[in-house]
Write a protein that binds this ligand. Structure first.
Ligand code: FE2
Ligand code: FE2
Length: 150
C-alpha cells in the first residue's frame, strides 16, 4: 500500500515539472497550475502530516522551519495572484517561487521524510496517506463545484 511519503513525493515531482514549465514559458496559466496543486498539498501536510510529527520533540524545529517555508511560498503565491505576466517583476517572482518551493521540497524529502520514517510505523504512514488522499479528493471536488476560489 502507498505511504504518505509515496503520495507526497509523487506530487513533489509533478510540482517540479510544473515549476520548470512555468519558468520556461513565464505564463500566468502555468503559474495557476502550480497554485492549484501547491495550495492543497501544503494544507494537507499541515493538517495531517506535520501535526503528527510535531508530537516528537526532536522533530519540532524541523517542522517549524517547514511551516516557515510554506508561509513564504504562500505569500509569494498570493502576491503573484494579482500580478500580470507582463509586470516587470513577474519573471523574477516566478524564479523566486521556484527556488523557494524546490528548496522546501528538498528539505522535506531529505530531512523530514528521513526522520519521519523513524517515528511513524508503516501502518501509520499508510493511514496518513489515506487521510491525505481523501482530503485532497474533497478539496478538489469543492474547487470544481466552485466552492473554493480558483
Ligand atoms: Fe511537500
Ligand atoms: Fe511541505
Amino acid at each position: 500500500m502507498e505511504t504518505i511519503y509515496d503520495i507526497l513525493k509523487e506530487e513533489h515531482d509533478q510540482l517540479a515539472d510544473l515549476l520548470q514549465q512555468a519558468v520556461a514559458d513565464s505564463s500566468k496559466v502555468s503559474f495557476l497550475k502550480i497554485r492549484i496543486r501547491a495550495e492543497p498539498h501544503m494544507i494537507g501536510e499541515e493538517k495531517f502530516f506535520y501535526p503528527r510529527l510535531e508530537e516528537t520533540e526532536e522533530l519540532r524545529d524541523l517542522i517549524a522551519e517547514a511551516y516557515k517555508e510554506h508561509n513564504e511560498a504562500k505569500a509569494l503565491i498570493s502576491e503573484m495572484e494579482v500580478m500580470e505576466e507582463r509586470d516587470e517583476s513577474w519573471t523574477s517572482k516566478l524564479s523566486e517561487l521556484k527556488q523557494s518551493i524546490d528548496h522546501h521540497v528538498k528539505e522535506e524529502e531529505n530531512k523530514v521524510f528521513e526522520r519521519a520514517r523513524n517515528v511513524l510505523s508503516q501502518q501509520e504512514a499508510e493511514e496518513l496517506a489515506e487521510q491525505y488522499v481523501e482530503f485532497k479528493r474533497s478539496y478538489m471536488n469543492r474547487v470544481e463545484a466552485g466552492e473554493l476560489p480558483v
